[in-house]
Design a protein around this ligand. Structure first.
Ligand code: TYM
Length: 336
């Protein structure tokens, strides 16, 4: 069997990028009888970006409900909240003692924060917390504690998975005595949706405020779709699908025939507003029923809580023995 694992940071409402880049491929993979799946709500990571306790709580609820509404089978997959697994934080420390600071210096998120400070003419580390700096370490702990082999993610997370791999290699080299104590993970990225664009064409992201919420009600979804930027070609004028992020979004949800038809019709002068209507329709077809399940789930937080607690108990059964073995390997356990 293959172990797959992925997480979503609990800082906001899940959007179409999270769905296409992580939730959808992860749930598909989890249906394969030969995979063992671990999916979680990254609420420890949320503290790095979010100082509002209410928002973290609300976001966790929304993400939990989203996974289940999208068809996650919580009897088969292990579904949990990161902060319920103390072993993750313990491993985090063991990893900090082997990971090179220089490796973390190269993390995109940290470098971007420094660049911003430099551009503003201030101290390059101003406002950067240790949480932000060591974010990839905690993520490595998430992945390595469950011996994950495959990590379905969007393109923006590839570097983090590669860092986890580097750190695992170093740990094995230092403490494995020829054994691979930690499994080397690999990022699984679906090329066609590796970076789903947002309303303005940049990567869809909470931090750019250009997202379409996964389960926005139909009216809000239509309103968001209306705001997708297009070129100024009028109805009747031939339009090039290449380079249109509206078409890239459509491609993530349409079947090949629908996509080919849109290309043809745009060349034939289809209005952008019509193309937007088609995007709405494919989204509705894919997400309409799930939205109803989502609404029902979110109204019952206690049931979700029960699912997460059961998931945490299952996860810890896997996590504890490996962590004990690692502690033994580094010299923290027993006198043998
Ligand atoms: P986060 O919460 O930013 O995003 C969750 C997942 O959604 C993907 N994603 C996208 N994919 C395609 N197009 C987009 N526009 C887009 N926006 C987001 C992300 O690539 C990610 O797969 N650090 C992680 C959470 C995490 C994690 C882990 C993931 C913590 N520990 C261990 C995997 C394994 C994060 O902040 O993702």
């Amino acid at each position: 069997t293959t172990r797959i694992l992925t997480g979503i940071t609990a800082t906001g409402t899940p959007h179409l990028g999270n769905y296409a880049g992580a939730i959808r491929p992860a749930i598909r993979a989890s249906r394969n009888p030969n995979t063992q799946a671990f999916f979680f709500l990254a609420d420890l990571h949320a503290l790095v970006k979010c100082e509002s306790p209410e928002r973290v709580q609300r976001s966790r609820l929304e993400i939990a409900a989203s996974w289940i509404a999208c068809g996650l089978d919580t009897a088969r997959a292990t579904f949990y909240r990161q902060s319920d697994i103390p072993e993750i934080s313990e491993l985090n420390w063991l990893l900090s003692c082997v990971a090179a600071k220089g490796l973390l210096n190269r993390a995109h998120a940290y470098k971007a924060a420094q660049d911003k400070n430099r551009a503003a003419g201030g101290d390059e580390d101003a406002g950067i917390t240790m949480g932000l700096f060591s974010y990839p370490l905690l993520m490595a702990a998430d992945i390595l504690l469950f011996s994950a082999e495959q990590v379905p993610v969007g393109r923006d997370q590839i570097q983090h998975v590669e860092m986890a791999r580097d750190i695992a290699q170093r740990f094995n080299y230092l403490y494995g005595q020829g054994r691979a104590l930690l499994t080397l993970p690999e990022a699984i990225v679906e090329q066609s949706v590796a970076t789903l664009p947002g309303l303005d064409g940049r990567k869809m992201s909470k931090s750019y405020d250009n997202t379409i919420a996964l389960f926005a009600d139909p009216k809000s979804m239509k309103a968001a779709i209306k705001r997708i930027q297009t070129d100024s070609r009028a109805p009747g004028e031939p339009k090039d699908a290449q380079g249109s992020h509206l078409v890239t979004l459509y491609q993530a949800f349409a079947n090949p025939e629908q996509l080919a038809q849109l290309h043809t019709d745009l060349l034939g002068g289809l209005a952008w507003s019509e193309a937007k209507q088609r995007l709405f329709e494919v989204l509705q077809a894919e997400l309409g029923e799930a939205r109803e399940r989502y609404q029902a789930l979110i109204a019952k937080p206690d049931d979700l809580e029960d699912i997460l607690l059961a998931g945490a108990a299952k996860a810890r059964q896997v996590a504890r023995p490996l962590l004990d073995e690692l502690k033994q390997a580094v010299g923290l356990r027993s006198f043998q």
